[in-house]
Design a protein around this ligand. Structure first.
Ligand SMILES: Cc1ncc(COP(=O)(O)O)c(C=O)c1O
Length: 371
């Protein structure tokens, strides 16, 4: 049907006029993902879940009634999560990916015009959701080589009376981890809710989990999408003071986690040791990727505590290097060079040993190894 027949002008102007200006001002979260032999663009696990684990999940899901709504928060799963992360069950919220819990946290804290402080560059969803919810986003540049500038974060948070400070450590897309003691300082020196997005924490850097007992102004977010290799099933959690958890829960939708995902989350915890072994393999490959790429004089390679590595192309256009990696070598990485602080930068997810070899070989062909 022609959109012009749908009761409005074909350019959508009437409907668009009803969308909040703060939403229209945002760029959508999109990703163009051409198919490739080696998919190193979304910081996923290079390995699917073990077949036996998948069968266990499917058997549990099959036994569950699909015509009934799932439990809000199955007590056994919540108890297992609480034990695993070392926090009280009443302070655990589960979500349809940790993205949903970022949204719930901002939706339940921000009034129109409230300020969210976050480092830049960082995960772009914080800016988008802050804008959608009518808040004001105040990005604070990371320091040289993308090291966290904790003084600057505190200074801006205090000056702007930030309601929320969002810290992603290790930070996507730079790989920088917060220094020890940073979250304590931000809690002490600001009045903000401090959201610690630890999507990549299993791969390195400190965790804020031990701080939960001492402050009700901290929310720690974890995901099963990265280290636990379950991105396709969408499962994440928030850990916070029980009183805060009860309020954050009002910002998420009921029945947000489906029966298959609930079964998979429980199975991932039961088989955690097997999955954690994969993290050790990824960390070893990350360090090898950093070493090998650092030997190429045409690239600057930033240290990473995560399962990805940020590089800057010093002699070539990043866009062209991205294209040649894909077209000539079948390797899909993330071109992040559009952001001003990330000019000529690419982000490469760490895959298998073969993936690392292929990236190094392709990069050597594309950018050369000459001094
Ligand atoms: C920093 C950060 N937080 C959260 C997420 C989303 O995680 P989930 O799959 O749990 O929604 C990502 C995904 O890339 C991320 O990079």
């Amino acid at each position: 049907m022609d959109p012009g027949q749908a009761g409005g002008a074909s350019d959508g102007a009437e409907g668009l006029a009803l969308i909040k200006p703060s939403v229209r001002a945002q760029s959508a979260y999109t990703l163009s993902a051409p198919t490739s032999r080696r998919k190193l663009n979304q910081n996923e696990s290079p390995w699917d879940l073990p077949a036996a684990l998948k069968r266990e999940v499917l058997a549990a899901a099959e036994a569950a009634p699909w015509h009934r709504y799932p439990e809000f928060a199955p007590p056994d799963l919540i108890a297992a999560l609480a034990a695993h992360y070392g926090w009280v069950a009443e302070g655990v919220l589960v979500g349809n990916g940790s993205n949903e819990l970022i949204q719930a946290t901002l939706a339940t804290t921000l009034e129109a015009g409230d300020v969210v402080v976050a480092p830049t560059p960082t995960f772009s969803l914080y800016r988008l959701l802050t804008g959608v919810l009518g808040g004001r986003y105040r990005p604070v540049p990371l320091g040289p080589d993308f090291v966290y500038d904790v003084d600057a974060l505190i200074e801006v948070a205090v000056r702007e009376r930030a309601r929320v400070v969002v810290l992603n450590s290790p930070n996507n897309p730079t790989g920088s981890a917060l220094p020890e003691g940073a979250v304590e300082r931000i809690l002490d020196e600001t009045g903000a809710l401090v959201v610690c997005d630890e999507a990549y924490q299993e791969f390195g850097g400190p965790t804020a989990l031990p701080l939960l007992a001492g402050s009700s102004r901290i929310v720690v977010l974890r995901t099963f999408s990265k280290a636990l290799g379950m991105a396709g099933l969408r499962f994440g959690l928030a850990l916070t003071h029980p009183a805060v958890a009860r309020e954050l829960a009002k910002g998420k939708l009921p029945y947000n986690v489906n029966v298959v995902t609930l079964a998979a989350a429980a199975a991932a915890l039961r088989h955690h040791d097997t999955l954690a072994e994969r993290v050790r393999l990824i960390v070893a490959q990350r360090d090898r990727l950093v070493d090998r790429l650092s030997a190429l004089p045409a690239l600057a390679v930033y240290p990473s505590a995560a399962n990805f590595v940020l590089i800057r192309c010093l002699r070539h256009a990043a866009r062209e290097v991205f294209r040649r990696l894909l077209d000539e070598h079948g390797i899909l990485v993330r071109d992040v060079s559009g952001a001003s602080e990330l000019a000529q930068c690419l982000r490469i997810s760490v895959g298998t040993a073969e993936d690392v070899d292929a990236v190094v070989e392709a990069m050597t062909v594309i950018v050369g190894s000459d001094r």
